[in-house]
Ligand binder design. Structure first.
Ligand code: FAD
Length: 283
């Protein structure tokens, strides 16, 4: 099903905009990034299913604008019937790739016990729609923050592969060794699907720090120190961020990463700039 089986694959992630202005803006961002000819776009699914309609609308808009698109999906608070009907809708729209997740737990809801783990969603998707969808899953080179241990996180990742995941996208990281060590550990554990690094551009230190605290991604001390020292100097942060992320991407691709997935934050820049400096294809 992949268009370029042996070529690196590239994808760009969006979140569903909350306002009409955001919808307009994303239309432009999509057009600008589509010109780079990624293999697909993906659209996130709000914690607990909070953006079920918004995700569907954004997925529809991206698809109608001519791009392949992978909706993110979790059970969230929805019934199995609702998720089955969403899957059928997506299938009928000609969508053939999904990112299957447990999903973030909405703040204030406490324990995760009512949420289905991602492997259970994958089993459900396979039961409902067979092999129609290429299923992507999330994985964590620096370990999922709620995980008991590195080994148990690997074990649960393997459960997702056994349930039918076709490939994985990582949480972002800035230390390429974490990725390469993780891929080795996965191969030793018998996990053989492609593991595509998730790439988070650096544009704002405060928000990066907040995200990273929440999702367990480490900002190496040398990067933190430099970003802190730039203070409000957004041009220097941008230039330094592009240099760091471009070098990271180069190292990952040179080391055999099977592609890159960019967390665009619904912005054209700096992804386009990193892309151009990497000399990535425009097919
Ligand atoms: P799982 O693989 O189900 O794992 C969740 C945790 O439970 C892990 O600690 C795992 O080790 C543990 N675990 C798994 N199975 C079991 C079991 N049987 N018993 C005990 N413990 C178990 N969040 C959103 O809300 N919406 C999105 O659109 C979204 N997109 C993402 C895209 C990518 C590429 C990534 C990397 C993350 C994304 N997230 C998104 C965040 C993700 O939902 C969170 O990290 C979430 O906390 C875990 O989801 P998961 O699918 O990895 O969960």
């Amino acid at each position: 099903m992949d268009k370029h089986n042996n070529d690196p694959r590239f994808s760009f992630e969006f979140f569903p905009p909350r306002t009409d202005v955001g919808v307009e803006k994303l239309r432009d961002v999509h057009r600008e990034l589509a010109a780079l000819e990624p293999d697909f776009f993906s659209v996130t699914y709000g914690a607990g299913g909070s953006t079920r309609d918004g995700t569907r609308q954004t997925v529809t808009a991206v698809k109608q604008a001519g791009s392949d698109v992978a909706p993110h999906l979790s059970f969230g608070g929805s019934s199995k019937e609702d998720i089955a009907s969403l899957l059928i809708d997506y299938k009928n729209m000609g969508i053939n790739r999904l990112v299957a997740l447990r999903g973030d737990i909405p703040s204030g809801t406490g324990v995760a016990s009512q949420y289905f783990y991602a492997n259970e969603l994958i089993e459900f998707v396979r039961k409902t729609t067979g092999d129609h969808f290429h299923i992507e899953v999330a994985c964590y080179p620096e370990i999922h923050p709620q995980s008991d241990s590195y080994d148990s996180d690997l074990k649960y990742f393997k459960n997702k592969v056994n349930a039918g995941a076709d490939s994985a996208i990582t949480q972002y990281f800035y230390n390429p060794d974490a990725y390469f060590y993780f891929v080795d550990a996965c191969r030793k554990a018998g996990i053989n699907i492609p593991i595509v690094p998730g790439i988070m551009p650096i544009t704002n230190f405060t928000s990066l720090q907040r995200f990273s605290n929440n999702c367990g991604a480490e900002i190496p001390r040398w990067i933190r120190q430099r970003l802190q020292a730039y203070g409000d100097d957004s041009n220097s942060i941008r230039d330094f961020g592009i240099e760091v992320v471009q070098t990271l991407c180069e190292n990952l691709l040179a080391g055999g990463a099977p592609g890159l997935h960019f967390y665009t934050m619904n912005q054209t820049e700096p992804v386009r700039q990193i892309w151009q400096q990497l000399g990535l294809r425009t097919r």
